[in-house]
Design a protein around this ligand. Structure first.
Ligand code: ZN
Length: 160
């Protein structure tokens, strides 16, 4: 049981590291800013004992650099991603985005007209007894127009 909890903590702290990277990706920040932005968005405290060593690790690897800047009356280390750090973070984000899209794929709708993916909501309409999902009502409209046109074409084809 104890090890299980430890594993979950590890997982969450890895997520925390990932999130710290997203904060740095947005622009330079000092340690306290990272901690407060984290709290604001994740709605969870992140321990300085995780943040500062992580920043040090990143710095050692040349992914982050810091400059000393006056913040109010104090001087603080302002951290920012290096070019290498930025590249690596972009790769991580892409990988993460792929994972997320795989995870949410079953809940995706595909617009019956244009084929674009609809993450939520969308526009439902029953056309000729078939319940269809569109990205928007304009696509539903175009879909119906196309169907009408197709019917006209078959009708006129039968007439001749
Ligand atoms: Zn559409």
């Amino acid at each position: 049981m104890a090890t299980e909890t430890a594993n979950i903590d590890d997982l969450i702290s890895d997520f925390s590291r990932f999130y710290i990277l997203t904060i740095l990706y947005e622009g330079p920040a000092h340690g306290y800013q990272i901690i407060s932005r984290f709290k604001k968005r994740v709605k969870k405290e992140v321990s300085p004992s995780l943040v500062y060593p992580f920043l040090q690790q990143l710095e050692k690897k040349g992914l982050v650099k810091h400059t000393i800047k006056p913040v109010g009356e104090k001087k603080k280390k302002v951290f920012e991603l290096t070019e290498k750090g930025r590249e690596l973070t972009t790769v991580l984000f892409k990988r993460f985005a792929e994972l997320v899209s795989i995870a949410i794929e079953p809940s995706l709708y595909v617009c019956a007209h244009c084929g674009c993916k609809v993450y939520e909501g969308g526009y439902q309409e029953t056309i000729e007894g078939e319940e269809l999902t569109f990205c928007c009502m304009h696509c539903a409209h175009s879909y119906k127009e196309t169907k009408k046109l197709a019917k006209k074409v078959t009708r006129s084809a039968k007439q001749t």
